[in-house]
Design a binder for this molecule. Structure first.
Ligand code: FES
Length: 94
């Protein structure tokens, strides 16, 4: 679920949040570089961290090293949801 727009989508097979956002503008997440370089797509993973793949080094460098967020903030362009059931709740960081 995308908190700001209240958009919800089922993703039982998992996948990239970027693909969901590209397919559904109602998700309401802005992107620019799409390669863990700019940080415009930062989202707080409010719920469901255990349902997501962990951040790689490039993502952590930007979110934790450059922007000084804790591990709950992720890049929507890099975030992958695992297959399965549960709720992943994202809040856009401004
Ligand atoms: S769009 Fe630039 S870091 Fe995600």
């Amino acid at each position: 679920m995308f908190e700001r727009t209240r958009f919800e989508v089922d993703l039982p097979d998992g996948g990239r949040v970027l693909d969901v956002c590209d397919a559904h503008f109602m998700a309401g997440v802005a992107f620019a570089c799409r390669h863990a370089n700019c940080g415009i797509c930062r989202v707080e993973l409010v719920e469901g961290a255990d349902l997501c793949e962990p951040a790689d080094d490039d993502e952590r460098h930007l979110t934790e090293g450059v922007f000084r967020h804790d591990a709950s903030v992720r890049l929507a362009c890099q975030l992958r949801v695992r297959a399965g059931h549960g709720v992943v709740r994202l809040r856009v960081v401004r």
